[in-house]
Ligand binder design. Structure first.
Ligand SMILES: [Zn+2]
Length: 116
């Protein structure tokens, strides 16, 4: 499962953040995950809840996920539009094929709360 390796990477990053802040515990973790990132958020939370137990620093951390919608912008007419289609064919306004992703590829830790 792809999400387990992401959760393990998160654990490493959270341990580093905790050390930098001389934290005794990580209490809250907020993630930003884009629709386009390919991550199944439920699976990621499940994986994190499993791997965190091996790390006293993280074992009581709760995790929440901000899902970022997929937004494309048309390079021709400038229209930005939200879509569930990972690869929209063309701009809904001018039918241009010249589209670029504005958001939806995010995959990072947005915020960490710690106890010092
Ligand atoms: Zn357009």
């Amino acid at each position: 499962m792809h999400e387990v390796s992401i959760a393990l990477g998160m654990v490493e990053e959270l341990k580093r953040i905790a050390a930098e802040n001389n934290a005794k515990k990580v209490t809250n973790v907020k993630l930003k995950i884009g629709k386009m990132s390919g991550i199944v958020t439920d699976s990621l939370i499940f994986a994190f809840d499993a791997v965190k137990l091996e790390h006293p620093l993280l074992s009581s951390a709760t995790i929440s996920v901000d899902e970022v919608p997929l937004v494309y912008a048309c390079s021709k007419c400038g229209k930005a539009f939200e879509t569930d289609d990972l690869y929209p064919a063309s701009c809904p306004d001018c039918n241009s094929y010249n589209l670029k992703i504005l958001s939806g590829e995010e995959q990072h830790i947005e915020n960490v709360e710690v106890e010092v």
